[in-house]
Design a protein around this ligand. Sequence first.
Ligand SMILES: Nc1ncnc2c1ncn2[C@@H]1O[C@H](COP(=O)(O)OP(=O)(O)OP(=O)(O)O)[C@@H](O)[C@H]1O
Length: 304
Amino acid sequence: MKIAFIINPEAGNGKSVKKWRAFEKTIHFPYEKTVTRYPGHAIEIAESYRRRKEEWLLIGFGGDGTLREIIAGAAGSGQLIIGFIAAGSGNDFARGFQVFRNADEIVGFLNDPKFRKEDLGEFSNGQSFRFVSSSGIGFDAEISVLVNRSPMKKWLNTIRLGKLVYLIYVIKTLIRFDKFRLIVEESGTTSCYNDVWFATVNNQPYFGGGMKISPQSKTNDGLLELTVVHQISRLKLLFVFGTVFTGKHTRFKEVIQFSGNAFRLNTEKEVFRHVDGDFAGKTPKDNFVTYSISRQHWNSANTE
Ligand SMILES: Nc1ncnc2c1ncn2[C@@H]1O[C@H](COP(=O)(O)OP(=O)(O)OP(=O)(O)O)[C@@H](O)[C@H]1O
């Protein structure tokens, strides 16, 4: 099996390059490497390996967005196995899937290559979107959009205060956020929720950089989980967020969870949306969008 690294130099607020330079020195096996040059480039790179019709271990070196792109380009291929080295800011992927921690673990994998067939979430709304870990609409998506667009982000990163920008936008969004009405159709049942803060569809338990929002999610069970948080005061929302790290939030009546292989979601107005933490446009006004498991699976490297 041949090995290729796909490195996102922008991941981890630009720290991934330094991490890669240190990591590269520890590799003692032949490999190819490509550095991504623009958003979406990792999809094209994975597709190019797919066309080579050989067995490749593609190792993403970046964060959740990089991995989503690699997997979107590799899904459905029997010859590509995907591994990951966490070099992003949130790295939820690394919490939900097995990852390589060092070059020795890659060697261990090559000596005894095992992989697992994993689910991939998808939805289509004019354009097709795929997600590996989660896709959300509402409060958390709006924060990630504002943070990524913020001119403050680059400046605060240079003085090593990058995380402060999140705190600023959490507070700003908490004050200003315009809650929405959500209709959920699942297995022939329709439910309507008012004053929704956010809804998130998960393929694995974590989102938002380590919050265990969907404790029951499994990456290869053919199911997605939907979490809806609604009719909750700002103060209690903050409290509930505090309990998400341990998964105890599911006890609150304002937190609703579903499990199924497909959900149809409708918002009464346009609401910000993300896939694996990256901007994915807005929900259409009063139109259903179906979230489901793709018929195309992908293979994750089993590191144990
Ligand atoms: N050369 C590049 N210039 C600008 N953006 C890039 C480049 N290469 C990749 N990207 C984009 O960077 C985005 C963010 O990368 P990624 O999500 O891997 O890192 P992160 O945001 O630091 O980590 P996490 O999502 O785990 O918090 C990806 O969605 C990808 O499309």
